[in-house]
Design a protein around this ligand. Structure first.
Ligand SMILES: [Zn+2]
Length: 141
């Protein structure tokens, strides 16, 4: 089977992340390609989990920065540029906190799903079914 390598596949180094697969006649599918594809999806999910955790902190620090400056300057308008920058930063992180399906590019998480932090991930539907909840494409084949 012809497998299309993902552009980011070169990142998969030989650090021993994958168990060595015994050489076998490959009929129909390539187990290593399957593992690599799922590994990329898994990393995308972990990256999004990490960014997701930062969203409330970015928002809070924007508000706190604005509040401190407003109190120090005795003028609520003094901190507005800082607040605007902080909110923009929060928005950027919020955009990064979305895991994208390699097939359709849509969000792999369903609205209201709680994927948990990267250190204690809660399996989402995409991870349980190993397919995209939007387009149904398999994420490990
Ligand atoms: Zn999809």
């Amino acid at each position: 089977m012809e497998t299309v390598r993902h552009p980011l596949a070169w990142r998969k180094t030989d650090r021993g992340g994958l168990p060595p697969l015994a050489p076998q006649p490959q009929i129909g599918f390539n187990p290593r390609a399957m593992v690599e594809k799922w590994e990329q999806v898994r990393r995308e999910l972990q990256r999004a989990r990490g960014a997701r955790r930062l969203v409330p902190w970015a928002f809070l620090s924007a508000l706190l920065g604005w509040a401190f400056l407003a109190v120090a300057a005795r003028n609520w308008r003094a901190g507005i540029p800082l607040l605007a920058g902080g909110l923009l930063f929060t928005l950027v992180i919020r955009v990064l906190a979305v895991p994208h399906c390699p097939s359709c590019g849509k969000n792999l998480w369903i609205r209201g799903e709680r994927p948990g932090p990267p250190t204690a991930p809660v399996p989402t539907q995409a991870e349980r079914d190993r397919r995209c909840p939007r387009c149904g494409a398999g994420l490990d084949a």
